[in-house]
Design a protein around this ligand. Structure first.
Ligand SMILES: Cc1cc2nc3c(=O)[nH]c(=O)nc-3n(C[C@H](O)[C@H](O)[C@H](O)COP(=O)(O)O)c2cc1C
Length: 160
């Protein structure tokens, strides 16, 4: 993940949310949230969150994943939710497959245009500033030490 330009997270909808395995994966990266120990490489990446369902729940499933990409420090997350009205890919209607192809192609084009030019947006910058203020005092010694070592509590920023 650290070497990738783009991080793609996908999950089918299970009971209106991301699957348990996706959630377990995301849980392992909680320590990298802006509030803890963000990895500086994340601020230059783009992400895609994709969810398919038989019928409903794509929005909440995508949010399950996009919350993590945001809190990892990724400012640009593309979201794609599709109801496929089927349980097996072979059974999905050609018209739905063609729609998926168009949407993914369009996202891929946008991503390639932006590779190497990504800068954090105002929301990420604002969160980071609040966190840098919080980490000056801090409540988790491991996080406080990390922010201090990076010099982020003194105005330095990982995207500069
Ligand atoms: C445990 C479980 C829960 C599901 N919950 C939903 C749901 O809340 N909404 C929905 O539209 N489809 C739901 N589905 C259907 C799946 O989103 C759909 O069948 C998907 O293609 C399954 O992908 P998979 O074969 O990779 O598991 C559920 C399927 C399973 C197995």
């Amino acid at each position: 993940m650290d070497e990738a330009d783009v991080i793609i997270l996908t999950s089918p909808v299970y009971v209106m949310h991301a699957t348990g395995s996706m959630k377990a994966f995301l849980d392992h990266y909680g320590y990298r949230f802006l509030v803890h120990r963000p990895e500086e490489k994340m601020f230059k990446k783009q992400a895609v969150c994709i969810s398919t369902a038989a019928g409903a729940g794509m929005k909440s499933t995508i949010k399950d994943m996009a919350d993590s990409t945001f809190f990892w420090g990724i400012s640009k997350t593309y979201k794609l939710g599709l109801a496929v009205m089927e349980t097996r890919w072979e059974m999905v209607k050609p018209s739905i497959k063609s729609k998926i192809d168009k949407k993914t192609t369009s996202i891929a084009k946008n991503i390639s245009k932006k590779v190497g030019t990504i800068k954090p947006n105002i929301k990420t910058k604002a969160f980071f500033s609040i966190m840098s203020f919080m980490q000056k005092k801090g409540f988790n010694p491991v996080d406080v030490e990390y922010w201090k070592a990076k010099d982020w509590t003194n105005g330095k920023r990982p995207w500069k």
